[in-house]
Write a protein that binds this ligand. Structure first.
Ligand SMILES: *[C@@H]1O[C@H](CO)[C@@H](O)[C@H](O)[C@H]1NC(C)=O
Ligand SMILES: *[C@@H]1O[C@H](CO)[C@@H](O)[C@H](O)[C@H]1NC(C)=O
Ligand SMILES: *[C@@H]1O[C@H](CO)[C@@H](O)[C@H](O)[C@H]1NC(C)=O
Ligand SMILES: *[C@@H]1O[C@H](CO)[C@@H](O)[C@H](O)[C@H]1NC(C)=O
Ligand SMILES: *[C@@H]1O[C@H](CO)[C@@H](O)[C@H](O)[C@H]1NC(C)=O
Ligand SMILES: *[C@@H]1O[C@H](CO)[C@@H](O)[C@H](O)[C@H]1NC(C)=O
Ligand SMILES: *[C@@H]1O[C@H](CO)[C@@H](O)[C@H](O)[C@H]1NC(C)=O
Ligand SMILES: *[C@@H]1O[C@H](CO)[C@@H](O)[C@H](O)[C@H]1NC(C)=O
Ligand SMILES: *[C@@H]1O[C@H](CO)[C@@H](O)[C@H](O)[C@H]1NC(C)=O
Ligand SMILES: *[C@@H]1O[C@H](CO)[C@@H](O)[C@H](O)[C@H]1NC(C)=O
Ligand SMILES: *[C@@H]1O[C@H](CO)[C@@H](O)[C@H](O)[C@H]1NC(C)=O
Ligand SMILES: *[C@@H]1O[C@H](CO)[C@@H](O)[C@H](O)[C@H]1NC(C)=O
Length: 751
């Protein structure tokens, strides 16, 4: 049997060599094609069942994924053969070599297979009949073989998502049949060859995400059939050639993130709308963002009925033409330009889903009719909008993201927002009172009303938005105490009430906020966020692009991060938790229950009137990076347990009544800035170079060898055993982190 098999194999090899070496004719008949396929299969190490049937006992034309015409192999469809991709890059480009014998091939798809290495230099001349070649999504590197550009029948050449480098050679202009050319996401550099404009059949050209430089060929407008043109993410310079106005079939135009400058190409300068505009019915997506374009919003563009326009991050100026807001407009992003003036009447823009005008100089009131539009996202932040009444947003049913921060709005905050709102940012305005009734906002995850002039008490109604993850009310004039019901906000992972006039105690049940106990996950999974059944936005992967725009824009997460006010990106929020109650008039003791909030990274209660001892269980806040207790009336010693905080880089206790030895060991040894400890009642230790005399050192705490020391209190100046019982007693009576069970349960869950 084995002998038979090896005989068979020898026979096969014989046939193989026969055809390849003894008939070195230009032709490769069907049997030779089959052998080429088998050799390919063996190099490619086919393992899954379907591909195993590529074997010598069957006809090559019967192999799955192979198409024949008159017994000759003409098509190979092997895109995304998943077993090849594991482990990544196991296939090398030599796998292609046998295929160069199949000169009848018109279609070859080997996309997304993780093939690596350089393309064989001299094989492609054989594949002169190729019409479609798809090698996208592999790991090919090196430059493109010049023979590739002699394939004159090629209509589709897709090399996207590889690591090709080098120039795009001028010979590309010889492939006059090309209708689709994908070179995006590679490392091509140099200029776009002028010869490319002679590809009269070209309908899609993708060159994005390379390092292409210099100017866009001036006669780009000669590509008269182009529908999709993506030159984004390169280093193209100069102006956008005015000839692009001749591209009458254009649907998708993406020039974002280049170094393009100068005036927006415009024929309307003489007040004359050129004829070509009337023929431009098809442009659907225009992205020229992240360039250096100047000038006004072109009137011709406003009248073109484009559904998605992104011109963000340019230097455009002037006011917006009212014609822009037609019924076909779905997305408009003009973020970070120099536009000014009032928002025109947009009531005709009934299809508008996302309106992003942030970072301009728009002024005036928000038009009432904004509520009639079924928006999903409204970002008007960083402008000069003003008014003392906001429009009623409650009828904007789908409005999920509202950012009106950094404007000049004043007066009471209308509570009329959609029940679906997830993100409401009203910070940096002049609002004077807190929304009274937030009961129906049952989806809200982010509420930012920081830096306003809000007075009055923090309403209990805040406790009803139990979905809140982030609540930022910093820098207002809030009075009264922090409501006890705050424990209801179980998802809260960022709470910033700093710089207000809050009085009373820190509620002990803050220690129950699960969002600060467990390492938080994604707050906004953008996946579910954008899962709108909106086909319009699904076009051409547009939604993916919009996501990038959106995540860039909803950036109002500004907190006091390690002593400087910083904006956090929503992408960073995973695993991030903060509690800032600083700069108020809070009094009472620091609740020991706060030691339960193990996910906390920043804890700031400085500049209050807190007294009593520092609870030892703050040493359980194992993720803490910054702890600020300064400017209070805290007494006793600094608990040794603080030395357990291995992530700690900021530790401020100045301006208190602390005494005794500053704990030593691990991170504490690096906290040696004397200012962090200044103005206390007798701290000593090597950090401040004050030697401790014997009697000043704190009583040895119960050894910190086990994690169960959560209940210990430092400096209990009685016998160890008595201290133990007293401590347990205290924590059961007054410590809601009762939580012995509670805390240790959390601990167990995480193990
Ligand atoms: C072929 O595939 C099998 C199973 O996936 C693997 O174990 C083997 O190492 C591969 N051989 C080569 C030469 O890649
Ligand atoms: C060869 O492929 C055929 C189907 O094309 C299949 O029936 C046969 O079992 C395969 N032989 C081997 C040895 O895998
Ligand atoms: C091109 O095809 C011929 C005939 O099948 C073959 O002899 C030759 O080796 C092929 N060239 C390459 C580079 O594979
Ligand atoms: C291509 O990648 C291979 C490894 O996959 C490497 O050995 C080779 O040097 C690379 N060639 C170029 C031109 O970068
Ligand atoms: C191919 O393109 C090059 C450079 O653009 C040109 O010099 C050459 O004549 C072209 N060849 C053919 C066959 O068109
Ligand atoms: C573009 O088209 C114009 C007019 O049809 C022609 O004069 C010009 O030579 C073309 N440019 C290129 C680079 O082919
Ligand atoms: C647009 O095409 C016409 C006809 O081919 C040509 O005369 C004109 O110069 C082109 N316009 C621009 C701006 O290139
Ligand atoms: C705008 O385009 C839409 C469809 O793309 C069409 O229904 C509508 O009539 C156009 N409006 C104008 C004013 O051209
Ligand atoms: C809204 O559309 C109607 C009908 O097309 C038009 O008469 C009116 O001027 C438009 N309003 C604005 C503000 O553009
Ligand atoms: C709060 O708002 C809800 C819904 O808008 C309403 O039903 C309720 O009566 C309001 N409650 C108060 C106290 O105003
Ligand atoms: C706690 O939140 C729920 C909604 O999850 C709400 O029904 C309830 O009234 C809230 N309790 C308090 C005390 O605010
Ligand atoms: C805190 O959580 C514990 C355990 O879930 C619970 O028994 C206790 O009542 C909670 N405290 C408050 C004030 O909700």
């Amino acid at each position: 049997m084995a002998k038979l098999l090896s005989l068979l194999i020898m026979f096969i090899l014989f046939i193989f060599f026969f055809f390849f070496f003894f008939t070195p004719t230009l032709s490769c008949p069907p049997e030779c094609q089959k052998q080429a396929l088998l050799q390919f299969a063996s190099l490619a190490n086919f393992t899954d069942d379907e591909l195993k049937s590529w074997n010598s006992s069957s006809d090559g034309c019967l192999f799955p994924f192979v198409e024949c015409s008159s017994s000759n192999v003409v098509e190979i469809h092997l895109g995304d053969v998943s077993p090849w991709r594991r482990p990544w890059g196991v296939l090398t480009s030599t796998v292609l070599t046998p295929l160069f014998h199949i000169r009848t091939l018109t279609y070859l798809d080997l996309s997304y297979n993780g093939i690596r290495g350089e393309l064989p230099r001299d094989g492609f001349a054989n594949l002169s009949k190729l019409v479609e070649l798809d090698l996208s999504g592999n790991n090919f590197n090196g430059s493109l073989p010049s023979l590739l550009f002699q394939l004159r029948f090629l209509q589709v050449l897709d090399m996207e998502d590889n690591s090709f480098h080098g120039n795009i050679p001028p010979e590309i202009g010889n492939m006059t049949k090309l209708s689709g050319l994908g070179f995006g996401n590679n490392n091509f550099f140099g200029e776009i060859p002028t010869s490319i404009v002679s590809l009269k059949e070209l309908r899609a050209l993708g060159l994005s995400s390379n390092s292409l430089s210099l100017e866009i060929p001036i006669d780009f407008g000669n590509l008269s059939n182009i529908r999709l043109l993506d030159l984004s993410y390169n280093s193209l310079t100069g102006t956008i050639p005015s000839s692009i106005q001749n591209l009458t079939e254009l649907y998708y135009l993406d020039f974002r993130n280049n170094l393009l400058s100068g005036e927006f190409p415009s024929c309307g300068l003489e007040g004359k709308i050129p004829d070509w505009i009337s023929t431009q019915k098809t442009l659907g997506y225009l992205d020229l963002s992240e360039n250096q374009l100047e000038g006004m919003f072109p009137q011709w563009l406003a009248e073109m009925n484009v559904s998605s326009i992104n011109l963000s991050d340019n230097r455009l100026t002037g006011s917006l033409p009212p014609q822009l807001f037609g019924s076909n407009l779905h997305l408009l992003s003009l973020s970070r330009n120099n536009f000014y003036g009032k928002l025109p009447d947009i009531s005709n823009a009934t299809g508008l889903v996302a309106l992003m005008l942030d970072g301009n100089n728009f002024s005036g009131k928000l038009p009432k009719f904004i509520s009639n539009i079924d928006l999903f996202l409204l970002d008007l932040s960083n402008n000069k909008f003003s008014s003392n009444t906001l429009p009623d947003f409650s009828s904007n049913e789908d409005l999920r993201i509202i950012d009106l921060s950094s404007n000049e709005f004043s007066g009471e905050i209308s509570t009329n927002f959609s029940q679906k709102t997830l993100f409401l940012s009203l910070g940096k305005n002049k609002f004077s009172s807190f929304p009274r009734n937030l009961t129906h906002m049952s989806n809200l995850k982010y509420l930012g009303i920081h830096d306003n002039k809000i007075t009055g008490e923090l309403s209990n109604s805040i406790c009803q938005i139990s979905t809140l993850h982030i609540l930022i009310l910093r820098n207002n004039s809030l009075q009264g105490s922090i409501p006890d019901c705050i424990f209801n906000l179980t998802s809260l992972q960022i709470l910033d009430l700093s710089t207000n006039h809050l009085v009373g105690k820190i509620p002990t049940n803050l220690g129950n906020l699960t969002g600060m106990i467990e390492t938080p996950g994604e707050i906004f999974s953008f996946g579910h966020f954008y899962n709108l059944e909106n086909e319009v936005l699904d076009l051409l992967g547009f939604w993916n692009k919009a996501k990038r725009v959106l995540s860039f824009n909803t950036h109002d997460l500004i907190v006091n991060w390690k002593m400087s006010i910083q904006g956090l990106s929503f992408d960073n929020l995973k695993g991030y938790s903060l509690l800032d109650l600083s700069m108020n008039q809070l009094s009472g003791e620091i609740p020991a229950s706060l030691g339960c909030l193990k996910a906390l990274k920043i804890f700031n209660i400085s500049h209050n009137n807190l007294f009593g001892r520092i609870p030892a269980n703050l040493g359980d806040l194992e993720n803490l990076e910054s702890l600020d207790l300064s400017h209070n009336n805290l007494s006793g010693s600094i608990p040794q347990s603080i030395a357990k905080l291995l992530q700690l880089t900021i530790f401020y206790v100045s301006n208190n009544k602390l005494k005794g030895k500053i704990p030593e060991g691990s991170q504490m040894d690096t906290m040696n800035d004397p200012n962090s400890y200044a103005n206390n009642s007798g701290l000593c230790g090597m950090q401040i170079q004050v030697p401790c005399s014997e009697h000043l050192s704190p009583t040895k705490p119960p050894e910190l060898k086990s994690k169960e020391t959560w209940f210990s209190w430092e400096g209990v100046e009685i016998g160890y055993a008595v201290g133990f019982f007293v401590a347990v007693g205290i924590s059961y009576l007054s410590n809601p982190c009762k939580t012995f069970n509670y805390c240790s349960q959390q601990r167990r869950q995480r193990v």
